[in-house]
Design a protein around this ligand. Structure first.
Ligand code: PGA
Length: 256
């Protein structure tokens, strides 16, 4: 059985007050909720405060981050390493997000390097894949996802996906309110799992595949009712404690 994972990607949003308020409220909302792993990825500057807030609250919320470098130290101005993330208790690290692919020109190969380096450092990659609107309209979705996953498999082997999280996020659905239908998302998730199964049935059976892109409390249940959708990567709705907790609770209920 795959335990669902619901993760909040806060992107470039936050302040000291927001971090403490949101995490305190979220922790209260999630009291007694089991059967789902809940994680948050604040901006890097706030990971320290998030760790202290969660520790003080005795919270089970998992701490994550939105990026990593492929070195642990050295002359790499502006970067942030797995060792540093670990130092602050962050374990679930988002890589390959379409905003980094697009605005920072991150290639499949560079993301595969990040994946390998996170694994080498004992961290959990939350590995984002997904197609653009044009690719979707051209019927290339499955091929794009397969290519993005193959970059990791070719670099690290299929077994490296053990314990990692894949987040399927159609780019046209991110922050647009234009979510994929649950049926369409399920079809793509099944194709991703089948693609991995061709290399290893065991890895495919166990790997968590989240859906991301305009997930809200109103549509969450429909996604989690699908057999191959194991949680969500949530942007906008993760900035509100009640909305994000409602999504986490929907995952726990659907997969119980
Ligand atoms: P969204 O973002 O929920 O605001 O669409 C999802 C993401 O980019 O991870």
């Amino acid at each position: 059985m795959r335990q669902p994972v619901v993760m909040g990607n806060w992107k470039l949003n936050g302040s000291k007050a927001m971090v403490t308020d949101l995490l305190t409220a979220l922790n209260a909302e999630l009291e007694g909720v089991t059967g789902v792993d809940v994680a948050v990825a604040p901006p890097a500057l706030y990971v320290d405060l998030a760790e202290r807030t969660l520790t003080d609250a005795g919270s089970a919320i998992i701490l994550g981050a939105q990026n990593t470098d492929v070195n642990n130290s050295g002359a790499f101005t502006g970067d942030m390493s797995p060792e540093m993330l670990k130092d602050f208790g962050a374990t679930h690290i988002i890589i390959g997000h379409s905003e980094r692919r697009q605005y920072h020109n991150e290639s499949d190969e560079f993301i595969a390097q990040k994946f390998a380096f996170l694994k080498e450092n004992g961290l959990t990659p939350v590995f984002c894949i997904g197609e653009s609107e044009a690719q979707n309209e051209a019927g290339e979705t499955e091929a794009v996802c397969a290519r993005q996953i193959d970059a990791v498999i070719n670099n690290s082997g299929v077994e490296a996906l053990n314990g990692a999280i894949i987040a399927y996020e159609p780019i046209w659905a991110i922050g647009t309110g234009k979510a994929a239908t649950a049926d369409d998302a399920q079809r793509i998730h099944a194709s991703i799992r089948a693609h991995i199964a061709a290399k290893s049935e065991e890895v495919a059976k166990n790997v968590v595949i989240q859906y991301g892109g305009s997930v809200k409390p109103e549509n969450a249940e429909a996604y989690f009712a699908q057999p191959d959708i194991d949680g969500a990567l949530v942007g906008g709705a993760a900035l509100d404690a009640k909305s994000f907790a409602a999504i986490a609770k929907a995952a726990a209920k659907a997969k119980a």
